[in-house]
Ligand binder design. Structure first.
Ligand code: WT7
Length: 571
């Protein structure tokens, strides 16, 4: 079946008048949905949690359904409000004040969400780290942000290089531990004695809320800085794109270490007062279908890699489950294959709605709305309030159907406000009034955007963004490696896999054992998702005369493509 266009099903969607809204909507119109519009008192934690806890009709509604292979737990809005108050008191006791960076490095768990809102209530900036990070990844982020407090588990503690982190004053351990140090605080014993009343820190809409580190093609990961004002867009997209209604049970499969797991795993659903499912543990088709079935999920936000794995798992698996509660599906993070959309029509009798955005953009920008026609392979159209286009290198708009750099008119609510400690990097995103994404795309004559690829060397493996420089740096730390160049290689299920080209130091012979040892070195030093799945030993790595690795050339060789301009290649 070759489906080019899938019409919107008839339905009662939140955004019915898209065309008209694109003409008339202003972000100011969204402000009436927030208590601060009347009180002037701002804090994301108030809007997402406390406001519902103070509403007698919502207080006892389940906010969080946490389920993992070894643990099931539910928290109401009232409980989440009270427990995060307690945690805010714990932080206050250890001198956390507005603007401090407090990081979380732990698996998804109820304590994560309690601590997260506790941090926001103190006015501090939360920095969630993906639990699979190894020592180098943790070091880079905690050093750059100068985090004052880290919340982690005894199991993950060994990956925290404490001696390299002079700014880190305390480590709050969630779980039983006999590790002794003046730096350690036990989460559970502190929570037992903490007061459940906390005077929330009212902040400015432009005050810092969140730091998410993300990779570019050069240098260490960068701290993308988001402010409380982002809630305006989280709320708007929760209404228009997630199509949230009061009774929806919502599940976003992303980990809160990544921006999808905060913007759409925390903010959007709870700003709307929805019941939010968090599934712990690892992916398996049975587990994920089971989660949809058991909790009667109605709205589901997931990623192409996972969907492709569900496709591979076959029909027999999906048929074992009752997925009749599901009414709306979205996808993000990498190109959504048209075949997967076609499969979705068959497997779920539902369209899968692609959405495009980035860590830097803070919220969805280009989307397939439930009320609009879908053109499989296209990311859709900009939401009301957003002007998107395609620009050339000088930031000039180019006509439909021509490829260029996908760009957004500067100044939407959830846009990052800074790159931590790196103003010149921040400036470099903006050209001629446009935020330039680094994605190549074109726009068709009806205004649908079509993703083509990255314009830089950033790798997208299973929806996770990996900077080649980070992997190359880690490879070079291995005694056997002299030089390294790292690229993304197309892969049917993972989108891309990481391929490393290396040269060996004198005295080392190429062998399967050595290559596996190098791979493990990256995996245990940086993170599993950054470890090269393929490695190739070469006599030399192509570089420019100024010593820059020519990853484009490596990629062209790998894919058997024309090599283009190699005039800067070192002799
Ligand atoms: C990059 C951003 C915030 C979303 C999660 C990823 C790629 C994102 C799509 C899509 C094709 C996509 C882009 C983008 N990407 N969504 N719908 N179709 N590519 O956030 O880690 O900051 O990565 O992911 O290349 O630049 P991220």
């Amino acid at each position: 079946m070759d489906v080019k266009r899938i019409p919107a099903k008839k339905g009662d969607y939140n955004l019915q008048n898209y065309e008209e809204m694109c003409e008339t909507f202003s972000w100011d119109d969204m402000k009436r949905n927030f208590t601060w519009n009347e009180t002037g008192k701002v804090n994301m934690a108030h809007e997402a949690i406390d406001r519902h806890a103070q509403d007698p009709n919502k207080k006892n509604q389940t906010a969080l359904i946490y389920s993992a292979p070894n643990r099931e737990e539910k928290l109401t809005f009232g409980q989440l409000s009270e427990q995060s108050n307690k945690f805010a008191n714990v932080l206050k006791k250890y001198d956390v004040t507005k603007g401090d960076r407090v990081f979380l490095f732990m698996p998804r768990s109820p304590e994560f969400y309690v601590a997260f809102f506790g941090i926001l209530k103190t006015g501090a900036i939360a920095g969630p780290l993906f639990e699979a990070f190894m020592e180098q990844a943790v070091r880079d982020r905690l050093q750059d942000s100068e985090a004052k407090i880290l919340i982690t588990t005894p199991e993950l503690l060994e990956r925290v290089p404490q001696e390299d982190l002079p700014a880190l004053e305390k480590i709050i351990l969630v779980g039983e531990s006999d590790a002794g140090s003046a730096r350690y605080i036990n989460y559970h014993s502190e929570m037992q004695t903490a007061s459940a009343n906390f005077a929330i820190e009212w902040v400015d809409l432009e005050d810092g809320m969140l730091l998410h580190y993300t990779s570019g093609s050069t240098g260490k990961p960068k701290g993308v800085y988001h402010v409380h004002n982002a809630m305006i867009q989280h709320y708007a997209t929760g209404e228009w794109v997630l199509d949230l209604k009061e009774d929806d049970v919502y599940w976003c499969t992303a980990d809160p270490g990544w921006v999808t797991g905060t913007s759409y795993g925390i903010f959007a659903p709870w700003l709307h007062g929805n019941t939010n499912v968090v599934r712990g543990g690892r992916f398996s088709p049975e587990d994920w279908y089971g989660t949809l079935d058991t909790h009667n999920v109605t709205v589901w936000y997931t990623a192409p890699t996972a969907l492709r794995m569900l496709v591979s798992a076959g029909e027999a698996v999906v048929n074992k489950f009752d997925l009749s509660s599901l009414r709306h599906i979205m996808s993000v993070g990498e190109p959504l294959n048209p075949e997967v959309v076609t499969w979705g029509l068959k497997a779920f009798d539902l369209r899968i709605h692609d959405t495009w955005w980035m860590t830097e953009t803070g919220a969805q920008l280009i989307v397939n709305l439930p009320s609009e026609e879908i053109r499989p392979g296209s990311m859709g159209k900009p939401i009301p309030g957003i002007k998107a286009t395609i620009v050339d290198n000088e930031g000039n708009e180019i006509p439909p159907n021509q490829m260029g750099n996908l760009a957004i008119k500067e100044g939407w609510p959830a846009m990052m406000r800074a790159v931590w400690n790196n103003p010149s990097k921040y400036e470099s995103y903006f050209v001629n009034g446009w935020y330039v994404s680094g994605d190549s795309a074109y726009k068709d004559e009806d205004g649908y955007f079509w993703f083509q690829g990255r314009l830089d060397d950033v790798i997208n493996t299973a929806g996770e963004r990996v900077g080649p420089f980070e992997v190359e740096s880690k490879l070079l730390e291995h005694a056997a490696v002299a030089e390294a160049g790292v690229i993304g290689k197309p892969h049917p299920e993972r989108g891309e896999i990481i391929k490393a080209f290396i040269t060996l130091n004198d005295g080392y012979e190429k062998s399967d054992e050595l290559l596996e040892d190098i791979r493990q070195f990256v995996k245990t030093g940086l993170s599993a998702h950054a470890a090269p799945r393929e490695m190739e030993v070469r006599d030399s790595i192509p570089k420019t005369r100024s010593g820059k690795i020519m990853r484009r050339l490596l990629k062209s060789w790998e894919l058997g493509l024309p090599t283009g301009d190699t005039s800067t290649l070192e002799e």
